[in-house]
Structure formats: C-alpha cells, structure tokens
Design a protein around this ligand. Structure first.
Ligand SMILES: NC(=O)c1ccc[n+]([C@@H]2O[C@H](COP(=O)([O-])OP(=O)(O)OC[C@H]3O[C@@H](n4cnc5c(N)ncnc54)[C@H](OP(=O)(O)O)[C@@H]3O)[C@@H](O)[C@H]2O)c1
Length: 337
C-alpha cells in the first residue's frame, strides 16, 4: 500500500500566501476499484487561479479548509484496472497537490505527444498554451503588422501569446517586471520590444514601444491582459482604432481581499462576455432599417417615447444644465421656433 503525501489548505491567505496557510499530511490510498488507476504524480502544475480558489473567488469553486489543494498533474500509471491504460503510461489528470492518487480511468487524459518533455503538458503544450493560442487566434484576430502588447509577458501565457503573435506577423511588445525578464523577451523569445514596468512608468513604456498611428488614438492593435489594474488601464489608454483587448488574467488582484473599484474585468472573464467599442458613425447604413422598424412599432403602439421639451433658444443653457444634472426625462429638445 502506497502512502500518499498531501498538501492541504490550512488557512485562507490574507494577502500574499504564507507558509502557515498550508499543511502537509499523510493519507492512506484507497484500494483500486474496477476501472480505476493508481497514479504517481510526476509534475504538479501551479497556476495563478489557485490563489482564487483559496479565497473562494475563482469560477471553478472554493477550496475548503483542510481540503487537498487542487491542480493538474502529469502522472505515471502505477497500477491499472482499465484495459486502455498500461503500467508506465504517462497521463494528465487533475489529481491535486499529492504524491499519488486513485482515479477513474475516464479522468486520465493522454498528454498528446511523446517526443518532448512531458512537463510541457502542463505549460506551453497544456492549459496555459491553449489559453494563449485560443484567445489570441480566436479573439485577437491578429493580422500582419499589428502591434500586439501583452502583460506578464515572461509568464507562460504571456510568452506564448507573444511568440505566436510574432509567428503570425505581429510586432510584439511585452510588459514584464525586471531587466532579466525583459532581456529574455527581446533576446531568446524574439519580442520586438519590452517594457520593464518596475523600472519605467508603464504609460511611457507603451508610448515608446507602441507609437500612435493616428492621434488621438494610440498604437496598440491587440492588448492581451494577464494582470488587470493600472497596466490594463494604461494599455487601454493607448488603443489603436479597432483594437482588440483580451482579458485573460488578474495577477494584480489575486492577492487582494478587495475587488478594485470600477467594472471588474473578472466579471467579464467569468461570463465570457464580449466587450466592443461602439461608434454610431460606423453604422449609418443601418439607419433606413432602424427608421422602418421603430416607426412601425410606434404606429402599432408597441413602442413609447418621452420628450423633455424646453421652449425658446434662450432657455437652451438651462435645459442643458438640467440635462447634465440628471433632471431631465427623455429626449431633451429645445423648441426654438
Ligand atoms: N482566462 C483563462 O482561461 C486563463 C487561463 C490560464 C491562465 N490565465 C491567467 O493568465 C495569467 C498568466 O498566467 P500564467 O500561468 O502564465 O502565469 P504567470 O504569467 O507566470 O504569472 C506570474 C507572473 O505574474 C506577474 N505579476 C504578478 N503580480 C503582478 C502585478 N501586480 N502586476 C503585473 N504583473 C504581475 C509576475 O511577472 P512580472 O515579474 O512580469 O510582474 C509573475 O511572475 C494569470 O493571470 C492567469 O490567471 C487565465
């Protein structure tokens, strides 16, 4: 019988996690049932989302005190009661922070490759790689010549985004903390430029590396956000016409017990919502259809409206002031003649 080393959540972290938030324990493994596998953990993935699980803010649910921390692993099959797995097979599974696990064979997945280190199944060929690849290619619509800005660029997701972007023809700019990470970005990782946000004001860095294409807009065609907070704000202040912003992660707030003021990007991520920039001038072609539809609904009584009419041009300023004070009701109109 194998002893199972486990790490459990001992306390919910207050700010940055500390050693006392975790505890180790030894547990007995259950006997192997029909269709089950005994796994020995080879590699455990540690990911930022786990901090959200600890504080109960992650969409996958909260961890209870005393629960084994969750996580994805690459594991070796030690015993198999299922014909589709042999002893020695390497699989991917959500077995958590423990040395061994007994799981149903259906919960074990092949890692999908044999000629590269299996640990990559937790990184660039795993969930973070998929995150980067799918979000950039499906949501970012990268085009040759686009300027792609990505935060936490030296992290797995960020570095994968930047390199895929470069391969697809984008100019790539990474935001990362410290000279070592930035040298790595512009050196081996072949980013076009890097912003060390710990040593340069991020707004200056974005203007330096993503020059505006048409004032007053900025030069960022795609912003891939892994952090939220002020870096997200700075990037969005520098969007080019038709920019695509991908909200992926919230490194800036995972360790905080409060959610920052303003719309929380976390809500957008959780709902998989699409956020678009609307300018009515782009939709003039829809005007005839709009008039036809709404006027028809007015005539049929299905649609009502309210107007706030002020007589006399001399009263326009006071009407405008009422408008700006929130004292008007409906469409504000000045009846001039
Ligand atoms: N939406 C999804 O489905 C999905 C899936 C996977 C991952 N994610 C998210 O993607 C992001 C990146 O994931 P990853 O696994 O590749 O991790 P990662 O980028 O390696 O995350 C750690 C890095 O985040 C940066 N960081 C930490 N605090 C920061 C702050 N306050 N401001 C700016 N940067 C900060 C640090 O890099 P610096 O030294 O450069 O600051 C740190 O090394 C995470 O937010 C993760 O939650 C989302």
């Amino acid at each position: 019988m194998h002893k199972n080393q486990q790490v459990i959540l001992h306390a919910i972290p207050d700010g940055l996690p500390v050693a006392g938030d975790f505890a180790e324990q030894e547990a007995m493994l259950p006997a192997l049932g029909a269709g089950q596998l005994l796994l020995e953990t080879q590699f455990l993935s540690l990911d930022p989302y786990m901090r959200g699980q600890m504080s109960g803010r992650h969409m996958s649910g909260a961890l209870a005190i005393g629960e084994v921390l969750r996580g994805e692993t690459v594991s070796r099959v030690l015993q198999s009661n299922d014909d589709s797995f042999q002893i020695g097979d390497i699989v991917r599974a959500f077995t958590g922070w423990q040395s061994h696990a007994v799981i149903d064979a259906g919960a074990a997945m092949p890692i999908g490759f044999t000629d590269l280190p299996p640990s990559l199944a937790l990184g660039v060929l795993g969930m973070p790689g998929l995150t980067a690849y799918a979000a950039l290619t499906r949501l970012g619509s990268p085009k040759t010549g686009d300027t792609l800005l990505v935060s936490s660029a030296a992290g797995t997701v960020g570095a994968t985004v930047g390199q895929i972007g470069r391969i697809l023809g984008c100019r790539t700019v990474g935001i990362a903390g410290g000279p070592d990470k930035c040298f790595w970005l512009t050196g081996p990782a072949k980013f076009n430029a890097a912003i060390d946000y710990k040593n340069e004001a991020v707004r200056d860095g974005i203007k330096r590396t993503c020059p505006a294409k048409s004032a007053p807009l900025g030069g960022v065609d795609i912003y891939y956000d892994n952090v939220g907070g002020d870096i997200l704000a700075a990037a969005m202040e520098n969007m080019a016409h038709g920019a695509r912003v991908i909200l992926c992660g919230l490194m800036d707030q995972y360790n905080s017990s409060t959610v920052p003021a303003g719309p929380n990007p976390g809500l957008i991520i959780k709902a998989r919502a699409h956020v678009h920039g609307m300018v009515v001038y782009d939709h003039e072609d829809a005007r005839p259809d709009m008039i036809k539809k709404i006027s028809g609904w007015i005539r049929s009584g299905d649609f009502i409206y309210h107007e706030d009419v002020t007589p006399g041009l001399e009263n326009a300023p006071s009407a405008f002031m009422r408008l700006m004070r929130g004292e008007t009701f409906g469409k504000v109109i000045v009846a001039v003649n």
